[in-house]
Design a protein around this ligand. Sequence first.
Ligand code: EPU
Length: 419
Amino acid sequence: MDHLIIDGGCALNGEINIGGMKNSALPIIFATLLIEEECIIYNVPIVSDVINSVEILKKMGASAEFVDKNTLKINTKSVGNEIRGYDLISKMRASSYLMGAMLARFGEARLPMPGGCNFGVRPIEQHLKGFSLLGADTNEENDFIEIKASKKLKSAKIVLDKISVGATINIVLASIFTEGVTVIENVAIEPHVDDLICFLNIAGAKIIRVGRKIYSEGVNKLHSVQYKIFPDMIESLTYMTFVGACTGDINLTGINFEHIRYVTSLFSKMGFQIDSFYDEVRVKVKKKPLGISVETEPYPYFPTDLHPQFASLLCFTTNGGIIKENIFPTRFAYVNELIKMGANIKNINNSVYIYPSALQGACLDATDLRAGAGLVCAALGTEGKSRINNVNYIVRGYENLVGKVSSIGGKIKLIKGDN
Ligand code: EPU
């Protein structure tokens, strides 16, 4: 089993270039199903979820190749109405975007229940509610979902009962060719939602987001597009937790500071020195940070996708803190791994209480993507060697993590195989 060996305890210094946002790249790749012409997408992160999404579209008949390291050329003209690549679909949450995209293009979609990171039930009733209001019939049976519109989809007013990134994106995709204006209320406003909207608008869609409302006026056709994906805010915030755990001075390039303004203001309260300049941010941490308590909420507030990394960071603070998880209440599998390192941490209901303690190196199992990144943070901040198994989770969402951490002085190696 591939694993990471980290010899922690070094300060981190240097520069890292932040890649494109995984959670934008995934819907944008599936959105190319709505454009039966060539699309060139820049700043595509090379992570396994992205590679698998491209693979699914290729199995369905698309032509797709990386023409440069992070540049994807893709044309879905030859795709038929049959969804293929079931094994990959059941591993990935983002394959749920096939529902909205195929419904818009072919009026139907039949696929296995999308998989995803392993932190509890991930319902899709808000997605299905949107499709029904647009005029499609939906049916879930034996772990398969079938969505079918007997006639052209109609525009509708859809009020989401719960803020959901996936439902917002799926309903936007499904609304593209309807007649009239679809209004979606109580939408997610994560930067990846806006990234998808920008991509679709450049391809000819007519979508406007005003606060938590999206207006999507149906069009007849989308056209060829060249588009650059937004920078990955979770990647940049993850590296900030690493420098917080280790101390040091790093410069992150290629970022959009607006997307990380709220969380960096919390880092400043913890004693990080943060200076932003155009698309760069310099982060200096000279001594143990001060711990603070946070709760996860939809954007623009503290993201659930930073929860495990922040938990590890809190172990290295002067006073610890509490994290309350409001989005995925069972996202705590990492807690037992930190306990193996000697962390003084307790999970009670949907909160985790973290008290400062001296950690020691240990053999750890990544239990999902962000939990894996959290363990990397803990191992980097701890003197001595740690081993992290299940690297396959971490490569789902961090491009060249080993190269990037090494370039700022972290002692980290990817070992292929078991020994
Ligand atoms: N929810 C429902 N019903 C629905 C849809 C969602 O109850 O029909 C609930 C969920 O159970 C959860 C909350 O609403 O409690 C938010 O879920 P959301 O739909 O926003 O999550 P998602 O679309 O499944 C995306 C990201 C996740 C990220 C969440 C929250 C992708 C591919 N995934 O998931 O990213 O944690 O939004 O921001 O974009 C990750 O990158 O590590 C990751 C897990």
